[in-house]
Design a protein around this ligand. Structure first.
Ligand code: ATP
Ligand code: FE2
Length: 333
């Protein structure tokens, strides 16, 4: 059987998985938790460097425990970008060393596309419009003519970062998204927040500023502010996703990325899809956030289409955009 070892460590989560064509065989991870504030790239990279040996060993031993032999590992896949430079470089160095030592191919994968492909695999959706929402990214994408095209995206920060920043202001620890969701579920009153959609693009940084003002200047309750923050930001995302579906004539929608775990966002998208007779798909939460299985799985698809990465082309790219990737593993429609 063909197995792939996948290494993910673009930001806060170091995760290593062994995947076959049939299933995720074993996954091991170690999460960097900042003592205060947000993710410091150098500290996160230091965390990954000290944990890599342990996490890789756990993943390999786990696969053996499932009855597989390490000889079956056919390639090493790693996140080539986008992400934090120091974190990317640390994990890429480990991937190169493993590839050289085991004499098997190296496969540099695009982290955003990995989020999409694991969702398609786990949910069995063929050709969806994708809403990819995480800390650093907020994009609406669809596959057209050999590439994942970005139909709309944030012009400043990702929705996850906007939520995390306001959570930090409320002195809540990282990651803030789940804590804002909890507070929002107790909010009842809508307070004004800027709704910024420009064509197919979005802007979220004004939401964080408005939320801080609503707290300090207007003394609204934090539950109401969190509720209003979510209602506004998620409505913006739902509007752009719906327009993408209409323009591309697609009747499937897939949610990807860490913010996808939010139940209110899921509910809004589900309602929108239901109203237009489309199907809504969301994978299990462990495949929404950053995980090694998605890197291994995209590596497997790429290996099958002969798409490997020579060492001299394996430099990381912190700004790697999904539309730079020529999709070799899907049919051109
Ligand atoms: P990427 O490199 O793809 O940008 P990332 O490093 O931001 O990924 P993810 O795990 O995809 O990592 O997403 C993390 C983000 O998801 C954080 O901003 C976190 O606050 C947010 N998040 C997690 N759960 C929830 C939730 N229930 N509601 C809202 N946001 C959430
Ligand atoms: Fe991610």
């Amino acid at each position: 059987m063909t197995l792939i070892l996948g290494l993910e460590g673009t930001a806060w989560n170091l995760s290593v998985a062994v995947v076959s064509e049939e299933r995720v065989i074993y996954e091991a991870e170690s999460t960097y938790k900042p003592e205060y504030g947000g993710i410091h790239p150098r500290e996160a990279a230091q965390h990954h460097a000290s944990e890599l040996k342990n996490v890789v060993s756990r993943a390999l031993r786990g696969a053996e425990g499932e009855g597989f032999s390490l000889e079956e590992i056919a390639a090493i896949a790693f996140s080539q970008g986008p992400g934090m430079g120091p974190c990317l470089r640390t994990v890429a160095t480990a991937a190169r060393a493993l590839s050289i030592y085991l004499k098997i191919p190296l496969i540099g994968v695009n982290h955003c596309i990995a989020h999409i492909e694991i969702g398609r695999w786990q949910c069995g959706t063929k050709d969806p419009v994708v809403l990819y929402v995480s800390g650093a990214n907020s994009q609406v994408l669809a596959y057209r003519f050999g590439r994942y095209r970005i139909l709309g995206e944030t012009l400043d920060i990702g929705i996850g970062n906007a939520l995390d920043k306001f959570a930090r202001y409320l002195r809540l620890s990282h990651p803030g998204g789940p804590k804002i969701e909890e507070l929002a579920s107790k909010g009842t009153k809508y307070v004004y927040m800027p709704y910024v959609v420009k064509g197919m693009d979005l802007s979220f940084s004004g939401l964080t500023t408005a939320a801080k003002d609503a707290l300090d200047l207007h003394q609204h309750k934090k539950e109401d502010i969190c509720h209003s923050f979510q209602e506004t930001g998620f409505a913006m995302l739902t509007e752009v996703t719906e327009r993408a579906m209409a323009h591309c004539c697609k009747d499937e929608m897939l949610l990807a990325g860490g913010v996808g775990a939010n139940r209110r966002l899921q509910q809004m998208l589900k309602t929108m899809c239901h109203d237009r007779g489309a199907r809504f798909y969301v994978p299990e939460a462990k495949y929404l956030k950053d995980n090694g299985a998605m890197i291994a799985y995209l590596g497997l698809l790429m290996l099958k289409s002969g798409d490997t990465t020579p060492i001299e082309k394996s430099a990381v790219n912190p700004n790697y955009r999904p539309d730079e990737v020529e999709v070799t593993w899907r049919d051109v429609e």
